[in-house]
Design a protein around this ligand. Structure first.
Ligand SMILES: [Zn+2]
Ligand SMILES: [Zn+2]
Length: 232
C-alpha cells in the first residue's frame, strides 16, 4: 500500500491563475486516491488574488482561506490537507512547508524579503524550503536557474507543467549537490494532464512526516513513464 501526496497545487481565488475552488480541488484529489495534499497557493508576492491595500493580518487571513476551505472539504471527504505556500522572488519560486498562519501573522511584510533572508527566516523557524521548477524559463523570471544550494532543503525535480528538459536539469542539479528531491503537479485546475506528487510507504500523520520522508529519500516520485525510465 502506498500513500499519495500532492506537494504543489493551487486554488482559486487565492491564486489568481487558478480556476478551481479549494473544495473542488480537494474532491478531485480524493477521486484520484490521494491520501493528502499540500495547498501551496501563490503567496502575496506571486500571482496572488489578494485584494490590494489590506493590512497584513487581513492579507494573511485571505491567503490562508484557500487552505482552510480545502481542509474543511478534506474533513468531509477523507483527504488530509496541509498548509504551505509558493513564495516568489522576482519570478523565482519556492515551496515552503511546515509553518503556520501564526508564523505568517508574526512576520509582517516578509513578502518583500530577498531569498537569502527568506531562507534564513523559514529554516530558523523549522520550516522546509524547496525551489519550485528551478529551470523553468519565462519572461517574468528575472534570474532563471537554481539558487545557491545552501539556501534550500530540497528541489522540485519534476513539475508536471513544464518541459521535460527543464525537469531533467533540475534532477541533475539536485543530484550534483546531494539535495533531496520532490515531484508535484502544480495543479491550477481540478482537471490535470498528469497527476504527480510523491508516494510514501506510510500514512503521514502531519506535514512533518512528509518533510521527513522527502529529506530522508523515502518519498517515491510520481513520474510519467517516460521520465521514470531516465532517472533510475
Ligand atoms: Zn500559478
Ligand atoms: Zn505553483
Amino acid at each position: 500500500m502506498k500513500y499519495l501526496y500532492e506537494t504543489h497545487m493551487h486554488t482559486s481565488p487565492v491564486s489568481a491563475c487558478a480556476a478551481s475552488s479549494p473544495a473542488s480541488q480537494a474532491r478531485a484529489y480524493k477521486r484520484r486516491d490521494y491520501a493528502g495534499i499540500i495547498v501551496t497557493d501563490h503567496f502575496t508576492n506571486g500571482n496572488s488574488g489578494c485584494p490590494p491595500g489590506l493590512p497584513w493580518d487581513e492579507k494573511m487571513a485571505f491567503f490562508a482561506s484557500g487552505y482552510e476551505e480545502a481542509k474543511k472539504e478534506g474533513g468531509r471527504c477523507g483527504l488530509d490537507v496541509f498548509f504551505g505556500w509558493e513564495f516568489n522572488v522576482e519570478g523565482t519560486e519556492f515551496l515552503t512547508y511546515g509553518l503556520s498562519l501564526d508564523f505568517l501573522l508574526a512576520h509582517p511584510d516578509m513578502d518583500k524579503l530577498p531569498i537569502r533572508q527568506y531562507s534564513g527566516l523559514v529554516r530558523s523557524a523549522g520550516g522546509y524550503l524547496a525551489q519550485a521548477h528551478p529551470f523553468r524559463t519565462a519572461n517574468w523570471i528575472r534570474n532563471p536557474g537554481a539558487v545557491a544550494p545552501d539556501l534550500m532543503d530540497g528541489v522540485e525535480v519534476y513539475n508536471a507543467g513544464i518541459p521535460d528538459e527543464a525537469n531533467t536539469k533540475a534532477f541533475d542539479f539536485a543530484r550534483l549537490h546531494g539535495l533531496p528531491v520532490q515531484a508535484g503537479s502544480d495543479s491550477h485546475h481540478e482537471i490535470l494532464p498528469f497527476s504527480s506528487g510523491i508516494a510514501l510507504p506510510k500514512k503521514a500523520e502531519s506535514i512533518a512526516d512528509i518533510i521527513d520522508a522527502i529529506k530522508t529519500n523515502r518519498a517515491e516520485l510520481i513520474l510519467p513513464d517516460r521520465m521514470s525510465g531516465q532517472w533510475v
